[in-house]
Design a binder for this molecule. Structure first.
Ligand code: PMP
Length: 306
């Protein structure tokens, strides 16, 4: 019977059996950094493809540096442990991978230094990000935390309260999702997704200085746009007016893929349906992340279950 698998304190086990104590520093203060990767199941080839695994772990190791977490692993070792955890699940469907590096010390006190840390990874199955073909979004009343408040280029657990406030506000007021703005009013990102717009045929995404995570999917989509569509992506600040002027808009994320945004603040985006550039990038990204584009084979880690 397939079941989720965690690597925890040097062993593989069911995540139900991987327990941390209530005094754990990260539990009290959010002093941890997580990741999110997919092992996409290719039904035809009967294999998993884990997409950009080394890049994901390089990003996590950088976030560890931000939090003064020193792990006894390289990105290659983290990747090998992850592949083994996915293999041990026995699943034959898309698997979601959640690595977490955290302050495991059971000593209280708000600080980052002189605290033990640990790293765990969970391979499990999640429901789809959204069953909708296009999202109705608000702009959030919650301001995106700035880089000088909680470093936004690291997936720092405590910082996710910001996105959680925004997402809940949006969903309890009848929207599917939300776009957060910076204190300067620039478009930043969704709770767990990067934002893109198309204005007069140009593909634009917020600059790294506008409170965003440097998403792996964001980077992949920019490369696809440049290499496959001849569309040079522009990274720059986006103002709110441009959300209403855009003929297309979409979110990107590992968990979500490329998701069209069809409405912002009760105003249709373009014709109020997913646009052609969005749909093209969405299908190219799907194929790519499943391991089916040999031009990007450096990004692939294949796993064929026995
Ligand atoms: N922004 C935030 C805040 C996120 O948590 C995520 C998901 N990890 C993203 C953007 C998308 O990043 P990626 O494409 O690397 O999944």
């Amino acid at each position: 019977m397939p079941e989720p698998c965690a690597y925890f304190r040097g062993e593989y086990m069911n995540p139900k059996d991987a327990k941390i104590g209530i005094m754990t520093h990260a539990f009290h203060y959010g002093t941890a950094t997580f990741g999110g990767l997919n092992a996409t199941w290719d039904e035809e080839k009967e294999q998993f493809c884990i997409f950009r695994i080394l890049d994901h772990y390089r990003r996590q190791l950088t976030a560890c540096k931000m939090l003064h977490i020193k792990l006894p692993f390289t990105e290659h070792e983290m990747a090998a442990i992850t592949v083994e955890a996915v293999r041990r699940t026995g699943f034959r469907q898309n698997v979601y991978i959640r690595p977490v590096a955290y302050k495991s010390s059971e000593s209280l006190g708000v600080r980052l230094h002189d605290l033990d840390a640990d790293w765990t990874v969970i391979a499990t199955v999640l429901p789809p990000f959204s069953s909708k073909s296009g999202l109705r979004c608000s702009t959030s009343s919650w301001v995106r935390t700035s880089d000088n408040q909680i470093l936004t280029h690291g997936k720092i657990c405590g910082g996710y309260v910001n996105g959680a406030l925004a997402k809940t506000e949006a969903q309890l007021t009848g929207f599917d999702d939300t776009i957060m703005l910076t204190a300067q009013g620039h478009v930043s990102e969704g709770a767990v997704t990067n934002t893109f717009i198309v204005v007069k045929g140009r593909l634009i995404t917020p600059a790294p200085s506008d409170g965003i995570l440097l998403g792996m999917t964001r980077d992949t989509v920019m490369q696809l746009a440049r290499n496959e569509l001849g569309l040079e992506p522009i990274e720059r600040s986006i103002v709110r007016s441009e959300l209403y002027e855009a003929e297309e808009a979409f979110f990107t994320g590992t968990y979500s893929g490329v998701v069209p945004i069809i409405e912002v603040d009760l105003r249709p985006v373009g014709a109020g349906e997913p646009g052609p550039i969005t749909l093209k990038l969405q299908s190219m990204y799907r194929e790519l992340a499943m391991g089916r584009n040999p031009n990007y084979s450096d990004w692939y880690t294949f796993l064929k279950p026995e």
